[in-house]
Design a protein around this ligand. Structure first.
Ligand SMILES: [Zn+2]
Length: 81
């Protein structure tokens, strides 16, 4: 046995089970309520596919790099003038 859940007293046999227990399986009423509220809030956000998410991240990184580049150019042009 790896551990015992302090909330519901279930035995947890392996370390990787503890994550699943807390975030998905533990029947402790407050955790069940918190998971339900969390699921409801997640449902209010538009679903994004993995491809859309990857494209958004690429765009964000590109924007940040462009921003950095233009800031460096501003610094260089200020130093040169
Ligand atoms: Zn538990």
């Amino acid at each position: 046995m790896f551990a015992t859940c302090r909330l519901c007293q279930s035995d947890i046999c392996q370390e990787d089970e503890s994550h699943d227990h807390i975030y998905q399986l533990c029947p402790y009423p407050l955790l069940v309520a918190a998971r339900r509220i969390s699921d409801e809030q997640l449902e209010t956000y538009p679903r994004v596919s993995r491809l859309e998410l990857i494209l958004k991240i690429i765009r964000l990184v590109h924007d940040l790099r462009s921003q950095n580049r233009s800031q460096k150019l501003d610094v260089l042009s200020a130093q040169c003038s």
